[in-house]
Design a protein around this ligand. Structure first.
Ligand SMILES: [Zn+2]
Length: 89
């Protein structure tokens, strides 16, 4: 699941410029004619350097949303808690 962001300056949840450094492994598949198709890219390491709001341009008011607060009700996290509680009783 991708990290979600919220701009606390204007309330934007959907449009951001993200500057990131990624180290990736991928399958470079060339045709006989030399045309490249990059397939099966795996992100080995990722550093998010800057997130900027597309609406208001703020980079300082961007909040990273945790998976818990972004999750829909009834998602996997709640199910795991219920299972743990049932096992203890
Ligand atoms: Zn904003």
């Amino acid at each position: 699941m991708a990290t979600r962001y919220r701009c606390n300056a204007c309330g934007n949840l959907t449009r951001f410029d993200v500057v990131a450094t990624r180290r990736t492994k991928s399958f470079h598949h060339f045709t006989v004619g030399g045309e490249l198709h990059v397939e099966d890219e795996v992100v080995l390491d990722e550093q998010i350097e800057q997130v900027t709001c597309r609406w208001c341009g703020s980079a300082k008011a961007i909040e990273e949303l945790s998976r818990d607060s972004a999750a829909e009700p009834g998602a996997d996290a709640g199910t795991e808690n219920e299972v743990a509680t049932a096992a203890q009783s």
